[in-house]
Each structure stands twice: as structure tokens, then as C-alpha cells.
Ligand binder design. Structure first.
Ligand code: CUA
Length: 314
């Protein structure tokens, strides 16, 4: 990976996120000015009107119509202005999707994100690719408990609620990687429910989609073949599917058809390579305690064989 992925809501790379950053900054400035003003006049009054020795009860002043009206109308107008800003932001950040078919279904699982592309008919995990400049409609769903989909530099937060799909749009304006995360506590590994949005040029995006649609690479070397046999023997396919093999129907755990092309494993916890695949399978519960994949008591040779098979699934 080259540059650090953008995870900064103040450096927006899509109009949906920019609307939020601008509304937030404006509200912050307005509130800061009010805070400084109020603290300032309270401080001034405290110092200016301190009781002096020898003076008794200060003169009691009641009611000042002009002042009271002014001090009611100004905050009211500020609230109305901020309401209008919020209203416009809500419309810009979350346009009504209507009946449109989603481009991507982002599905929260304990504790990873699945990205299904219903129009192209494949399922990825951890990385959601989008083409530059085209508005993408993302339907946010949950497989189990309530999660929350958030890519700070690209769009608003939205809850992933079981049985109640929500929608966000993302119109990416910059190439690159954008960090996303689950923003709703959802169990022990909530913190490791990260994902990345990868914004590609339209040509690179088409290449990625074509690659994802292809069935899994067929094992060719002896160690890959051995890995495939072990994958079958240890019933990995009960949870993970690999398109183009008999194990293509499980929907519980990440689809592994192209696991070798992903940047990370375990919801962003470790980078993806041969050694981390071995480490993950041999020590899942040590690496990500509480996650739904058990640690498999495999020998190093078995781990190496399966990792060689999976790593080749580009
Ligand atoms: Cu899923 Cu927090």
C-alpha cells in the first residue's frame, strides 16, 4: 500500500462528505463565537461589578423590554439559520434513493464487512471498489446485530440494522483508498471491523470487476493442490465460499474467491500475505479473540499448504 488511506472527515473527497464537513465547521465557528461572547460578558460583569467595601445591597433592576426581546430574537435567528444549514446538508449528504437498484450492498457481520455487487453478481470482503466520479448507491444491511457504516472522507454515517436496509450515496472525486469503520458498538471485536473504499479510474474499476467476477483460480502446483484438499477436508467451506469449487454456497464468513487480491485480513487487523494467512488460521482466537472463526489445530505444513492455495486466489 502506498499512501495512508484517508480517514479524515475534514479532508472530504466526495460532495456527500463535504456537505457534512462544511456544516460542521460552520456550526463549530458559530458556537465558538457565542461561547467566547458569553464567557466574555460574564467575566466582564464579574470583574466590573464586584462588591466594594462599604456599599450595601446593589440597586435592584427589573425588566428591560428591548434587551429581552433582542436576546430572544438573536438566538432564535441563529437556530433558524443552523436549521436551514442542517436541512440542506441532510439533503446533500443523503439524497433519497427512490426505488433505484443499489450498486453495492454493504453488509455488516460480526466483525467484518461484506460487499456484494448485485448487478455484477459477486461478493467481496474488506475492500469496496468504486469508480471515480460516478454516484454509487450503497444499500447498508446487517447479517446479525446493529452495526454502523462510516467512511468519514466520503459520506455520512448510517446504521446497518437487521431487516431494515438503509442507503447512502457516494460520489467519489478522488482516486485512492479511504478508511471505513463500524461506528456502532457491536461486540468484542467492534474495533476491528474496518474496511476500505478503493476509488479506481473507470478503466481500473472495470478491470477489478472483471477479475472479481471470474471463478477462483484452479490450484496448479502440488502444494496448492494439497491446500485445496485440506480446505475441503477441514470443512472450511461450511462457512467460506469459493466460486468455481463445490464450496460456493456458504454466506457466513468472507468469500475467499479472490482473497489473494485483498489488502488485509480479519477486518483490517493484519495485512494479507502467505505468512499472515498461516498465522490467522493457526491462531485465529489469539489474533482476534472472540471472533467467530475457531483456531484450527493444524500442523505448520498443513497451514503452509492451505495458505499457498488461498494466497494464489487473486
Ligand atoms: Cu460492527 Cu461495531
Amino acid at each position: 500500500m502506498s499512501a495512508q488511506p484517508n480517514s479524515n472527515m475534514f479532508v472530504p473527497a466526495a460532495p456527500e462528505a463535504r456537505a457534512i464537513a462544511e456544516a460542521f465547521t460552520l456550526s463549530l465557528i458559530v458556537c465558538a463565537v457565542i461561547f467566547v461572547f458569553v464567557v466574555g460578558i460574564v467575566g466582564y460583569a464579574l470583574i466590573k461589578n464586584r462588591a466594594k467595601p462599604g456599599t450595601g445591597e446593589p440597586p435592584q433592576v427589573y425588566g428591560n423590554h428591548k434587551l429581552e426581546v433582542t436576546l430572544t430574537v438573536i438566538p432564535f435567528l441563529i437556530c433558524v439559520a443552523l436549521f436551514i444549514v442542517s436541512w440542506r446538508t441532510a439533503n446533500a449528504a443523503a439524497p433519497d434513493p427512490g426505488d433505484a437498484e443499489p450498486d453495492v450492498i454493504a453488509r455488516g457481520h460480526q466483525w467484518w464487512w461484506e460487499f456484494e455487487y448485485p448487478k455484477e453478481n459477486f461478493r467481496a470482503a474488506y475492500e469496496m471498489h468504486l469508480p471515480l466520479g460516478r454516484p454509487a448507491l450503497v444499500r447498508v444491511e446487517s447479517f446479525d446485530v446493529i452495526h454502523d457504516f462510516w467512511v468519514p472522507a466520503l459520506t455520512r454515517k448510517i446504521d446497518a440494522i437487521p431487516g431494515h436496509p438503509n442507503h447512502v450515496t457516494i460520489t467519489p472525486e478522488q482516486l485512492g483508498r479511504f478508511e471505513g469503520t463500524c461506528a456502532e458498538f457491536c461486540g468484542t471485536q467492534h474495533a476491528w471491523m474496518r474496511f476500505q473504499v478503493v476509488v479506481d479510474s473507470p478503466a481500473d474499476y472495470a478491470t477489478w470487476v472483471a477479475a472479481q467476477r471470474r471463478p477462483a483460480a484452479v490450484p496448479t502446483t502440488p502444494i496448492q493442490l494439497q491446500g485445496y484438499e485440506l480446505f475441503s477436508k477441514y470443512t472450511c467451506g461450511n462457512c467460506h465460499s469459493i466460486a468455481g469449487t463445490p464450496f460456493d454456497s456458504a454466506r457466513i464468513a468472507p468469500d475467499l474467491t479472490h482473497i489473494g487480491s485483498r489488502a488485509a485480513l480479519g477486518g483490517g487487523l493484519i495485512p494479507q500475505n502467505l505468512y499472515t494467512i498461516m498465522a490467522w488460521m493457526g491462531g485465529t482466537q489469539a489474533i482476534k479473540p472472540g471472533c467467530h472463526m475457531p483456531t484450527f489445530p493444524l500442523t505448520n505444513a498443513e497451514l503452509a499448504a492451505i495458505a499457498n492455495y488461498l494466497g494464489a486466489l487473486q
